[in-house]
Design a protein around this ligand. Sequence first.
Ligand code: TRP
Length: 330
Amino acid sequence: MASKKGRVFSGARPTGRQHLGNYLGAIKNYVALQDDYECIYCIVDIHALTTVETTEDLVDNTYDMALDWLAAGIRPEETIMFVQSHVPEVMELHTILSMVTPLGKLTDLPTFKEKVRLQPNNVNYGLVGYPVLMTADIALYKTDVVPVGVDQGPHIEFAREIVRSFNYRYHTNVLVEPQMKNTEIPKVLGIDGKEKMGKSNNNHIELAATPEETRQRVMQMVTDPARIKRTDPGNPDVCNVFTMHKIFSPADEVAMINVECRRAGIGCVECKKRFAANLNANLEPFRQKRAALAENPAQVWDILHEGAGRARTIARQTMAEVREAVGLPK
Ligand code: TRP
C-alpha cells in the first residue's frame, strides 16, 4: 500500500436499500477514494442499536446496503468492507476511550441533543457514547482520513480530541489523530424539493428501483414552486430537478433546459421525463451488477466476513498496542 496516500475509514448505519442521496452524499466518494487510499468501509450495526426500535430488519438492511455498495463500485479485492459487530475489538476500545472522554462534552453535542429531542423516551447510555464508539471505529484502524458530511464534523473533531487525550494520558502515540474530509456536495433534496432526501421522509429515489418505479418517482418531483402554468417561465436556479439534471444529464441538454425553462419553451413534465430517462440510463450498469450479485447472496456475506477477517487483523494489532500503552496486565 506504499503507493497510496494513507488509510480512509468511514461508517454508515445499515439503512437497507440506498437512495440517490446516499449515493451522491457518500457512496460515490467511497468509490472514488479507492483510487488514492487504502479504504475501510463499515456497516455500523452497533451504532444502529442506539436508535432502532426493532432489530428484525437488521440483517436484511445490512445485506441490502452491502449489495448496493458493491454494485456501485466498491472493490472488495482491495477495499475492506465489513460489519462493525464482526470485529468486537471496537467495543473494547470504546470502553477504554470512554475513560478519557469528558461526559459533559458528550451531552453538549448538538447531535446528542437532537437525538434526545427525537426519542425522549429512549435516551440510552449508548446514545451518549455514540461519538466514543465512532472514535473507536476510526482509531482502531489508525485511520488517517475520514470522509463524512458536514453533520458529522463535530464528531470527527471530537474523535481527534479523544485520541489526543488518550495519547497524552498514557504518554504514547499509538493512536492516530484523524483528518476530516468533507465530501458533501450541496444537500441532495428529495421528491418534495424542500427536505433533504431520506427514507424517513419517504421523499427518496432508490438506486435499485426499476426504471418504471424511478420514472414514477421522478414525475412526482416538485419543481420551481412559482411556476404554476405551463406558460409561466421557470427558474432552474431554484428547481431541484434542474440540480439533478446537472448531475446526471449530458451538458448540452442541461444548457438547453437552462435556456428553455426560463422562457417557458420546455415544461416541467417534459423536463422530468428527460431527467428520468437520463437517470435510468446512468443507473443501468448499477442495476445489472446488483442483479448479478443478488443471484448469490452467500457471496455478499462471504465478502463481508472476509472483510471482517482482514479488519480484525489490524484491530488485534492496535489493541495489543493500546493495552500495552494503558498498562493493563499481560
Ligand atoms: N455516525 C455516522 C453517521 O451517523 C456513522 C459512523 C459510525 C461513522 N462510525 C463512523 C462515520 C466512523 C465515519 C467514521 O453517519
